[in-house]
Design a protein around this ligand. Structure first.
Ligand code: XIL
Length: 369
């Protein structure tokens, strides 16, 4: 008598498309979504708990990896010198542990969301004292999360658009040596974890992506371990990099022997969104994921949260929004299916995609009326 029910239960995981399941079939390690801790959401004026959100986050076929969007950053992990706090980061880490998700850990040395004491004029760092600060931070944070990260973003965003180093307390005091120090320290603390350099606007060949290639070579020439380059992938629906540009960029890093992952993918659109901008967005997502499937060095994709109300986009880019895959009412963006197509085919099939998207838009319009 339970036969049909058991059959239905067995089929359920395949009744709706699931990103991680298809990513694995396509040969990637994971399709993941970053998430914030409820405390962080409350600080942003949002409710702390969303049952439907948690169900999607914890659907192992949907996401095989997660990243704390904020909790592991310096501002939260070492708010005062020598005082470590892992509360926020641990919330996301426990979800990863409970669900058996891969965790990408983010970010150890970054000039943004840095604890104010590091930048205080009164600190008056010398190369020696600031080096000790970096070593202590990297060591303590990595030791706390030892064994729980697949990868660490060791250094985040160290260059300007022209490929030169950007101004930061780290660069001012130590020059490019701060990058070497951070990676060298990380490799000692946890030799088995993948060490990444992470940045945006390096997803196509450009002076800035050349700058990142230079950093990879600089570390390699000094015998310092670097395993990967993170493509943040914060794209704009109307002007994303093309599939071929992204494949070329991934291949350039691959040629140096490092892996690549999309670490913070989102595709923002001008509000109010319309059919055209949703179409652009779907294409942009499909091209990024398709490039990752096609280029050998790319191992996985993480989107920077998955639910529009939790995106950083409207706070950072006024007038832009709807950058993720689930609308506020939990309906999926057309980009979701475009990604599944890209995972199936290495790229989306434009005809199929157009037809399905039209049907989705019609359904959405009907729902909103
Ligand atoms: C963003 C978070 O999503 C926001 O909540 C926070 O206010 C600012 O930082 N590049 C990165 C991420 O490496 O850490 C940033 O995350 C987005 C840009």
């Amino acid at each position: 008598m339970y036969g049909p029910l058991i059959l239905l239960a067995a089929l359920l995981p395949f009744t709706s498309a699931q990103l991680d399941a298809y990513a694995k079939k396509a040969g990637l390690k994971y399709f993941g979504a970053a998430t914030d801790s409820p405390g962080q959401r409350e600080r942003a004026g949002l409710e702390a708990s969303y049952e439907q959100y948690d169900a999607i986050l914890r659907d192992g076929n949907e996401f095989g990896s997660t990243t704390p969007t904020n909790g592991q950053k310096w501002l939260f992990t070492e708010p005062e010198q020598g005082v470590f706090n892992f509360t926020e980061g641990d919330i996301v880490t426990s979800i990863a542990q409970e669900q058996g998700l891969i965790q990408r850990c983010h970010a150890l040395v970054w000039h943004s969301q840095l604890a104010p004491w590091v930048e205080a004029a009164s600190a008056d760092w010398t190369p020696e004292t600031l080096s000790a600060v970096i070593v202590a931070h990297v060591t303590n944070v990595m030791e706390h999360y030892r064994g729980r990260c697949y990868a660490w973003d060791v250094v985040n965003e160290a260059l300007d658009e022209d490929g030169g180093y950007c101004d930061s307390i780290f660069y001012r005091v130590l020059g490019a040596d701060f990058i070497k120090l951070a990676f060298r320290t990380a490799a000692v603390v946890e030799p088995g974890v993948k060490l990444y350099y992470n940045y945006y606007n390096i997803e196509k060949p450009s002076p800035k992506s050349d700058g990142v290639l230079r950093i990879v070579r600089m570390l390699q020439e000094d015998g310092i371990k670097i395993d990967g380059v993170g493509f943040q992938g914060h794209f704009v629906a109307s002007r994303p990099p093309t599939l071929d540009e992204q494949i070329a960029a991934i291949d350039a890093y691959g040629a140096l022997g490092v892996e690549v992952a999309y670490t913070e993918l989102d595709v923002r659109q001008t509000t109010p969104v319309n059919e055209t901008s949703l179409e652009w967005q779907a294409n942009a997502y499909a091209d990024a994921v398709g490039a990752c499937v096609q280029a050998k060095a790319c191992i996985g994709v993480t989107i920077w949260d998955f639910y529009d109300p939790f995106s950083w986009v409207p706070y950072t880019f006024p007038g832009e929004d709807a950058a993720l895959l689930w609308f506020e009412d939990f309906a999926k963006h057309p980009a979701y299916d475009a990604i599944i197509d890209a995972l199936k085919n290495g790229t989306a099939s434009p005809c199929k995609r157009k037809k399905r998207r039209r049907a989705q838009m019609a359904a959405r319009r009907a729902k909103l009326q």
